[in-house]
Design a binder for this molecule. Sequence first.
Ligand SMILES: Cc1cc2nc3c(=O)[nH]c(=O)nc-3n(C[C@H](O)[C@H](O)[C@H](O)COP(=O)(O)OP(=O)(O)OC[C@H]3O[C@@H](n4cnc5c(N)ncnc54)[C@H](O)[C@@H]3O)c2cc1C
Length: 417
Amino acid sequence: MKVLVLGAGVVGVATAYYLWKDGHEVTVVDRQPGPGRETSYGNAGGLCPSFAGPWAAPGMIAKVLKMSVQRDSPIRFSPLPEPRKVAWVLEWMRNCNAERFRVNKLRMQRVAHYSLQCLREIAGGEALPGFDFHEGGVLQIFRTPAELELGRLSARTLEEYGVPWRILEAAQIPSIEPAMAHSQAGFSGALHLPADASGDSYKFSQGLAAYLEARGVAFRYGVSIQALERAGDAIASVRTSQGPLQADAYVLALGSHAPFLVRPLGLKLPVYPLKGYSITVPVSDPDAAPRMAVMDEHNKIMISRLGDRIRAAGMAELTGYGLDLDPARKRLLVEVVRELVPRGLEWDKVEFWAGLRPMTPDGPPILGRSPWRNLFLNSGHGSNGWTQSCGTSKVVADIVSGRTPAIDLDGLTVDRF
Ligand SMILES: Cc1cc2nc3c(=O)[nH]c(=O)nc-3n(C[C@H](O)[C@H](O)[C@H](O)COP(=O)(O)OP(=O)(O)OC[C@H]3O[C@@H](n4cnc5c(N)ncnc54)[C@H](O)[C@@H]3O)c2cc1C
């Protein structure tokens, strides 16, 4: 079957991989000059199924309102009452209760653990270039006793999902991550999640795309997708900046931009961008920088070691599709990382970046069938999209190929909205 994958972010490239493995004739289309150049470019690098959970949680409405008026808060809202954003926020609020949180978290956990397993299979089975994959686990550090107590509580819920964890006293932190011995921040304790990992999703996308291209998958870069043309209950073609493209099946993997393509057909895909920031800094002293991913819970900033670089990312702005870099955000990221990692980084070479997390209001991604029989969705991966990319792509490829996926799709399809 001829399959057109729309989007060459980490999700589109992973989808192309599984479709190619199934023997389909695959073409991937993207407006960028190469794979993984938008949200998959500069994320925090965390491959963290243990963290996978919805932003829509009990108490979050009050927390977000409080934080959004604080100085240097990691959260920001633009007051513009854009209808799509208002609808998204209302649906998000509807999910901010204990029962919805539990259901949504279980759904996300189901996808995330399966996904890391799929990624490990790809990394172990194919001759891909390195992508700074590190299996050392994640350390979630707390600065106040209240944060530690919350961490302890949420760790207990991890038992329900079979996730291994260990609470550490502040003095034990350097025994797990020696670089934290140099930190100038005060800690109340930490949660060690040994089953998680980290890696560079841009390098992974690049490496996997090159691997596929060498094996006959076509990648068409610099092509802007403008519309899906419908014929009855199917998609007949895709209108692009370089003319129409036709296939037997189409997979939508356009990150935060997916809703624009299906809206004219009558499908309101509840995916909205949540902007985040990152910095990447070269490491000059390998022992001074953390090896495992470190999540600073107080500032909601994650630091990952990507080979000879440190990546730190965080912040959440519900402000539309702009990618401008706010100087205050940049300053905050630098301050937090300098405090946690005071030595061994080349700050004169720091790179700043912003990207758009494709968020669903309830948390889980939107996978599989759409109202059109040959259009399939691989959308809404939110703040865990790198973690979830391989499993969701395998699920979607299974459905395209007429197979039953290995995980239950309950609560992961568009029908839930
Ligand atoms: C600050 C930050 C930190 C994050 N940290 C983590 C983390 O630690 N762990 C984790 O698991 N996830 C993390 N994420 C989330 C993760 O990066 C995303 O969920 C994931 O990259 C989404 O991948 P995607 O392929 O769906 O989207 P994208 O990477 O955005 O890919 C979509 C592609 O579609 C293309 N496209 C869009 N519209 C068109 C069009 N009209 N025509 C042609 N092409 C088009 C784009 O060019 C792009 O290449 C983070 C995100 C941010 C912003």
